[in-house]
Design a protein around this ligand. Structure first.
Ligand code: SF4
Length: 312
């Protein structure tokens, strides 16, 4: 049986307000949207007992916005509260300055940012200043310089070509060759919350195959099972080995729920589903002693939850 991992997770959104206007987004609200209070976050955490990862996923606040520093500190406060409540935070809140990224590193076991596509002329990004590919690529480099375990990914079906996939994957591979910090790459098909997806199952599988060809073998390929429901086994055959955070509610793709019978379906096909932490073992040494202590505790709890056959 081949092991497929996932992260038992839930999502907390500091704000849906976002200064970008990506053409495909049904997540964003206007930049003055309210922030989730720490009291509300505390209630979210109380409802998440038994899970491990808190994915902190935020709309983006513009660099010149006067509330930028307060928003960053609010994100730090949410991650700190998650740690104190026994969870491991992973934040994905958009491009960060070097000091901002260092600040988040102290309270997160890993960070993430989708590269999406390196192609700079995509119509869907025309009104999204922070989707500038060079800026995103610089973020991946900065995370490598700061030794931050990192998740990135490619969003397919947003107007790019298959040649663009190769450019994007090669760029990720090159950065990883230099810094060794990319723990996983998500291959995410764009699925509209209204209307029909233009990404075929064959596209998803082809992107995964290309990813497996181009990316170093120590980078895990991830697919979201709620967005690849009809081709999940083909995705695994093409090299996907992780299903990401199996969250109760996908805030970005609310129309797509995670399949409930994943473990049974995978077992029937010769795979077994194993929970993992939001930091991969080879990166624990990059974490502060305090974060390492949180990771050890979470590891013990996760191990205790698993049946003996999955504990090897
Ligand atoms: S940056 Fe994210 S939240 Fe903001 S508009 Fe784009 S996809 Fe939506």
């Amino acid at each position: 049986m081949l092991q497929i991992t996932y992260s038992p997770a839930t999502t907390i959104v500091p704000t849906y307000g976002c200064f970008n206007r990506c053409g495909y987004c049904s997540f964003r609200q206007e930049p003055n949207a309210p922030w989730r209070s720490l009291a509300a976050v505390g209630a979210d955490l109380a409802a998440a007992q038994g899970l491990v990862e808190i994915l902190i996923l935020s709309g983006e606040v513009a660099p010149q916005n006067l509330r930028r520093a307060a928003w960053l500190e609010h994100s730090v406060a949410i991650a700190t509260l998650a740690l104190k409540s026994g969870f491991l935070p992973h934040s994905n809140i958009g491009p960060l300055t070097r000091p901002e990224m260092q600040r988040l590193k102290a309270v997160n076991v890993s960070l993430g940012l989708m590269l999406e596509q390196l192609r700079p002329d995509l119509a869907v990004h025309r009104h999204a200043p922070s989707k500038e590919p060079a800026l995103r690529l610089a973020q991946l480099r900065q995370a490598g310089e700061l030794q931050i375990p990192f998740t990135t990914g490619m969003l397919i079906g947003i107007g790019e070509t298959r040649a663009d996939w190769e450019t994007t994957l090669v760029a990720i591979a090159n950065l990883h060759q230099t810094y060794g910090h990319i723990q996983e790459v998500i291959i995410q098909p764009f699925r509209p919350n209204q209307g029909v997806s233009t990404v075929s199952d064959a596209d998803v599988v082809a992107a995964l195959r290309l990813g497996r060809q181009i990316l170093p073998t120590d980078i895990t390929l991830q697919v979201p099972p709620n967005l690849t429901d009809h081709c999940l086994l083909a995705c695994l055959e093409a090299g996907a080995r992780d299903l990401g955070g199996l969250v109760p509610h996908d805030h970005v793709n609310p129309r797509y729920r995670h399949p409930q019978d994943l473990a049974i379906r995978l077992a029937a096909a010769g795979y077994y589903l194993v929970p993992r932490l939001p930091v991969y073992p080879q990166y624990e040494r990059w974490l502060s002693p305090e974060l390492q202590a949180h990771v050890q505790r979470a590891k013990a709890e996760l191990g205790a939850q698993q049946p003996p056959s999955q504990n090897q």
